[in-house]
Design a protein around this ligand. Structure first.
Ligand code: G16
Length: 540
């Protein structure tokens, strides 16, 4: 295979002049009209990665929580995990190369990574429901075929479903069947088995209201519904029949604004949840009888899951080590509860599933969740084998606990955070423990917090350290944050450039909502002044 063939076609996918993009928190993301060349080039890069690893590689076309006008692309590595960091660098070089430099960059990547160009390549492709996604995924396919790669286009899929497909294909079906039916069957079998163990499932555990962010989650939950019957009945809202993707709805909206999504009919004490645009995040919430809104975010999801896992391990007499991985956005109360009450070690990673996933792999059982609802649980090979063996050997109560753990292993998407799989795990745990949403919420009280976005000319002027908890540049910014934090009780604040949107994110928490709002605003102003703010000055 001759790399020069790529340059013959790449001119058809011309790069807008001067456009520089970075492979960010979850791949490339920007306005859809700027992405044609990126898609073509990522198709080409996926072929090189596939040849190098002799494995199937995934390419997902989505911008997840971003507005409908945006789009994006990320590559999925052989085990269904995120692209290796050194290949993110190659992705940057290839995407930003001028037309005349393409061949040189491709040769450089192939040499440095010892890619055997004669090796076969196989790529699987998925896309979300954005109007731009179909055409952009065709550009990916063009990139794949120009280098002679074979491919399978799954069409519309959630992001975690594509991660699952890649993992299945590269484990020769050991992880599951690489079809959409295989995914539904694997998850629903595990869910139904778990549900059977709940001694009496009352009506309150059988139905759930789901806001689908007007995205792919709605289509996929509709397809899956009958697999879950009669265990769980889902009432879908924001299913894409009218509203705009992620607009005033979805997990990111609910978490950021701490408000229910538009279009959801909520009665008091009813358990509701929201997915995001590509169904890899989930948050829960309810209204209490006084009409007060309560958000149950990724931190509380991690707490519910790890306490359940700890109980089951205790029952089967196993001391497998459990670790919880969070990010700087984790509510201070959640970290305190996990460490002090549950006695579970907690680690802080940089934002982005790739960082959390990596850290979670260090444990027998690694629970990782971002506060925004993105996460899953990883079981080491050894822990999984032990649990499966105990499920065969043990008897009575212990056997039941080991079987539940076995079902939980199958129910979690271990390739990536997955809103559908997380939802089923949560529903099963609540039913098994007989917990209401209010009881779950009452595990601990969140410290009031606020997140805001600030526009700056170049967000890369902000760099951070200590898992993003301290700003290194621009000079004076961290000192300003320190001074502001001192003004409030139980307070904490940090800033970081987003890796998915052209904004700087500001997070603040304090002893009251008023203080958290005011601290976030003041820190936002400091960012605006010291980091080159543009447009509207942050308002209280
Ligand atoms: C992506 C990542 C998440 C991250 C989020 C926000 O989520 O997968 O790990 O928390 O972006 O990242 P940032 O603050 O850098 O913009 P999604 O759901 O958009 O794919």
């Amino acid at each position: 295979m001759d790399l020069a063939v790529v340059t013959k076609y790449s001119a058809l996918y011309s790069k807008p002049s001067g456009l520089i993009l970075q492979y960010g928190t979850a791949g490339f993301r920007t306005k859809a009209e700027h992405l044609d060349h990126v898609m073509f080039r990522m198709g080409v890069l996926a072929v090189l990665r596939s040849k190098q690893t002799k494995s199937t590689i995934g390419v997902m076309v989505t911008a997840s929580h971003n507005p409908e006008e945006d789009n994006g692309v990320k590559l999925i590595d052989p085990l269904g995990d995120m692209l290796a960091p050194s290949w993110e660098e190659h992705a940057n070089c290839l995407t930003n190369a001028d037309e005349q430099d393409m061949l040189r960059v491709l040769m450089d990547i192939s040499q440095r990574e010892a890619v055997n160009l004669q090796q076969d390549a196989f790529i699987v492709i998925g896309r979300d429901t954005r109007p731009s996604s179909e055409k952009l995924s065709q550009s990916v396919i063009d990139g794949v075929t120009v280098l002679g790669g074979q491919f399978h286009d799954y069409g519309l899929l959630t992001t975690p479903q594509l991660h699952y497909m890649v993992c299945c294909r590269n484990t020769n079906g050991q992880y599951g069947k690489a079809t959409i039916e295989g995914y539904y069957q694997k998850l629903s079998d595990a869910f139904m088995e778990l549900s059977k163990q709940a001694s009496c499932i009352g009506h309150e555990y059988k139905s759930l209201k789901v806001d689908c962010a007007n995205g792919i989650g709605a289509l996929k939950l509709r397809e899956m519904e009958h697999y879950l019957s009669p265990g769980l009945s889902l009432q879908l809202f924001n299913d894409g029949t009218k509203g705009k993707l992620n607009y005033l709805c979805g997990a990111d909206f609910v978490k950021s604004y701490q408000k229910p999504p538009m279009g959801m009919e909520m009665k008091s004490n009813e358990r509701c949840c929201s997915l995001d645009g590509d169904a890899d995040r989930i948050v829960y919430y309810y209204y209490d009888v006084e009409g007060c809104f309560h958000l149950i975010d990724g931190d509380k999801i991690a707490t519910l899951i790890s306490s359940f896992l700890k109980e089951l391990l205790l029952e089967i007499g196993q001391s497998l080590n459990i670790g919880v991985v969070q990010t700087a956005y984790a509510n201070g109360s959640s970290t305190r509860y996990l460490e002090e009450v549950m006695k579970v070690p907690v680690y802080c990673a940089k934002t982005g599933v790739k960082h959390l996933h990596h850290k979670a792999q260090e444990f027998d059982i690694g629970v990782y969740f971002e506060a925004n609802g993105h996460g899953t649980v990883l079981f080491s090979k050894g822990a999984e084998a032990k649990i499966r063996q105990l499920a065969k050997e043990l008897e009575d109560k212990e056997k039941k606990a080991a079987k539940m753990l076995e079902n939980i292993i199958d129910l979690f998407n271990q390739a990536a955070g997955d809103a559908i799989s997380d939802m089923l795990v949560i529903e099963a745990i609540l039913a098994l423990k007989g917990l209401t949403v209010q009881q779950w919420d009452a595990l601990y009280t969140d410290l009031p917090n606020r997140q805001i976005k600030v526009k700056v000319a170049d967000r890369q002027v902000i760099s951070t350290t200590d898992a993003e908890r301290r700003a290194v540049t621009p000079p004076g910014l961290q000192e300003a944050i320190n001074d502001l934090v001192k003004k409030y009780k139980l307070s904490r604040a940090f800033v970081r450039p987003s890796g998915t949107e052209d904004v700087v994110r500001v997070y603040a928490e304090a002893d009251s909502q008023e203080s958290a709002d005011s601290l976030a605003h003041e820190v936002g102003l400091a960012v605006f002044q010291l980091a080159g703010g543009i447009g509207e000055v942050p308002r209280p």
